[in-house]
Design a protein around this ligand. Structure first.
Ligand SMILES: Cc1cc2nc3c(=O)[nH]c(=O)nc-3n(C[C@H](O)[C@H](O)[C@H](O)COP(=O)(O)O)c2cc1C
Length: 318
């Protein structure tokens, strides 16, 4: 068992927050395949403070995705503290603060990864949110802003000093975005410096990668992002490898299609068919990656407008 503050989890394999990917449906599917904790897509603290309806809907968490953390982003300590309680009314187990988002629309406003350039502000934000929240508060950081300003250890220590219950570290700088290789050495450096749990993140694409990260860095838990896209099976595989020493589960094409359709039916229930099918196109392409005719099928998927269209295309694959 792995604990973050007072929250006890089944294991130490987590799904990364992914805006536009890890919606409620995908979180439920990943949980079903054995991930211990899911996170909402990042939610703007400012929009939440204005009670923006779309943002408030992002806080809703179904039982099947629990335990799930809500991730907020922002840079104003008072605003973030003010929304800390409201953010978890949908049933979140913990509250995560985004200090890693590299996207200009976030970082250019001083939010996300830009916070790593301002350790004093990090201290104020974590302090304020921890005091206001009624659940454990965690922080997700990167290696640093760029190669000239690598300060993950400093920022992680500040988070710990101000009451964070765990820190997740993505081993890339903001400048790298998602290019190059994640530096697992920085995860080890943070682990060596902290007493609270450290969650390692970056470039886990197979069960063996998770085992390697745990062994090489000593981190307490691993967080899988892109490696789970179209591949929630990775959670079952990592669990099997950690428990038995071998990956015993390999999904067949039928398994993949069945799981995809289960995810799509959850998406339809949550968003309606029109939006769900459009959003499901990329998930379908990920599920079918590497299968025979996947390039042709990807093209066809882009024209699927209804569940019936999607099923027809999947039939041709089978
Ligand atoms: C499409 C996409 C959306 C993401 N959205 C978020 C987000 O909302 N919050 C966050 O902290 N990180 C976000 N990330 C970063 C991931 O959580 C993770 O740190 C990163 O992908 C590295 O892990 P990986 O190599 O396992 O993918 C996103 C990544 C991707 C690919």
């Amino acid at each position: 068992m792995f604990k973050i503050g007072s929250v006890a989890l089944d294991n130490n394999i987590l799904l990364a927050p992914m805006a536009g990917v890890a919606d409620g449906a995908f979180r439920a599917i990943c949980r079903k395949f054995g991930c211990a904790l899911t996170y909402t897509e990042m939610v703007s603290a400012k929009a939440l403070s204005f009670q923006d309806a779309k943002t408030c809907r992002m806080l809703k968490i179904d039982d099947a995705e629990k335990p799930c953390g809500v991730q907020i982003f922002g840079s104003e300590p008072e605003v973030m503290a003010r929304v800390a309680r409201d953010a978890v009314v949908g049933g979140a187990a913990l509250l995560d603060i985004n200090m890693g988002c590299p996207m200009p629309k976030v970082a250019d406003h001083g939010d996300g990864a830009a916070l790593m350039r301002n350790p004093d502000l990090v201290a104020k934000i974590v302090h304020a949110v921890v005091r206001a929240a009624c659940v454990p508060v965690t922080v997700k950081i990167r290696k640093g802003w760029d190669e000239q300003s690598i300060n993950a250890v400093e920022v992680a220590k500040i988070a710990q000093e101000n009451g964070a219950a765990a820190v997740a570290v993505h081993g890339r700088t903001r400048q790298q975005m998602y290019t190059g290789k994640a530096d697992w050495g920085i995860i080890k450096a943070v682990k060596d410096a902290l007493g609270i749990p450290v969650i390692g993140n970056g470039d886990i694409f197979a069960a063996e990668d998770a085992l390697k990260m745990l062994e090489l860095t000593g981190c307490d838990a691993v967080m899988v992002g892109r490696g789970a896209q179209g591949n929630p099976f990775i959670f079952r595989q990592i669990n099997a490898l950690l428990q038995t020493g071998s990956v015993m589960y390999m999904p067949t094409l039928q398994d993949k299609i069945q799981t995809l359709l289960e995810q799509v039916s959850l998406m339809i229930a949550q968003k309606g068919e029109y939006i769900a099918i459009r959003e499901a196109r990329k998930h379908a392409a990920w599920y079918l990656k590497g299968e025979r005719n996947s390039a042709r099928v990807r093209g066809e998927l882009n024209h699927a407008g209804t569940l019936a269209d999607l099923k027809k295309i999947l039939q041709t694959v089978l």
